[in-house]
Design a protein around this ligand. Sequence first.
Ligand SMILES: [Zn+2]
Length: 243
Amino acid sequence: MFAWRDDDAGLVRAFTDRHDGVSSPPFAGLNLGAHVGDDPQAVATNRVRLEEALGLATIWADQVHGSEVVHVTQELLDGPRTGTGAVGVGDAMVTDLPGLALGVLVADCTPVLVHDEDGALIGVAHAGRPGMVAGVALHLVEAMRDLGAVRLRATVGPSVCGRCYEVPDEMRSAAALVAPVSAAVTWTGTPAIDVASGVVDQLQGAGVPVQWVPGCAREDDALYSYRRDGRTGRFAGILGRAS
Ligand SMILES: [Zn+2]
């Protein structure tokens, strides 16, 4: 279920994989994405299994490759959910509510987890190429600091690597204007973007230390990869606080 998980003093950080789920091909395994065409009942079962393993209810937002940060309050949780079970629309979420987890869905995009070492604030972001260019991770950091966070720490999970993400040269150049370190080359020597490197550089540049969990979604069959498979499921970055 977990490609990587760390529990420390009530804080749970995790990245899921395809194992231990009930979805059928092409979503086979623990698909947590409710927007990809999978059987809704299978996704619901997978999400319950995840929550049981975490011991925490998990909150999702409808991601749109933007940079909006959803503030998850009790009022929002008590309100209506979207068709996918999400609390709202946005590519990042922040909360100070204990006893729940925030999740972001990815299949090549970069999952980002950010927590305040001194407080209760936790936040997550989904950063694909458009999100990295739009600075979604930076918007999350800014939102958390506005809410009083002082010592932020980030955890960046597996995503498609720079060698596996071929793009037109103009697209690489455009991304490099925002994050020069993202300019990459594929295994065959063509232009590529290393989105995760760009995100890590953005976080470090904002004064946030990063723990980077290694892995390439396209090269690891245990992870969902849109670039490898097209129609497929989503794995998740999860950040929760038990109390
Ligand atoms: Zn790769």
